[in-house]
Write a protein that binds this ligand. Sequence first.
Ligand code: GRF
Length: 223
Amino acid sequence: MIRIAVLASGSGTNLGALLDACAGGQIDGRVEVVLSNMPGAGALERARAAGAATEVVPSKGVQRESHDAEVLARLSRHTPDLVCLAGYMRLLTPRFVSAYGPTSSTRGCPRIMNIHPALLPSFPGLHAQRQALAYGARFSGCTVHFVDEGTDSGAIIVQAVVPVLESDTEEALAARILSEEHRIYPRAVQWFAQGRLALEGRRVTVRGSRPPEPVALRSPWDE
Ligand code: GRF
């Protein structure tokens, strides 16, 4: 059983998916603590309802280094094996990233993951769904990746693809992507818990996983 810390700034539906997967046995782990920089975050309510500890470290007007130092101090009380960012709207300092870098037992993998609502490296940063729509991409999706010091630039663990429909609004596309987020994030965390992930260079391997069906997706479809 791994000890998981989740950092979230918003409503926490991905947190909810992780909590459910832990409770349902799809993740061999437990969410020990949920930390938020937003005192009113819905994620904190979900955490309390699930019996996880909560920590609030407000970030407004606080310098990044001192905020992260406090976050690190609070997290260390809960000795997490893995830190999951789930809608955490802060870029981590190098000090934070190295505090949860690889250990001798993680096969080169850092111990921080993030979920991003686009097919990285396309559309990093804020409003990824809006960016995909405005760009005219025919497909978008979501990515679970390890966290490095950049914005959404760490090694990719798993992605899911969804079509962008001509009728889409930002909200409709975001909802389609979100339901895939809730599927792939728990899986990536379970692979970590099972020790199945390894990282070499930028390439992550997942031991025992099957390759995808050898199909190509095309959009639009007119045959
Ligand atoms: C998700 O779209 C996630 O990919 C992004 O922030 C959003 C958080 O949503 N990083 P929620 O708080 O998990 O509902």
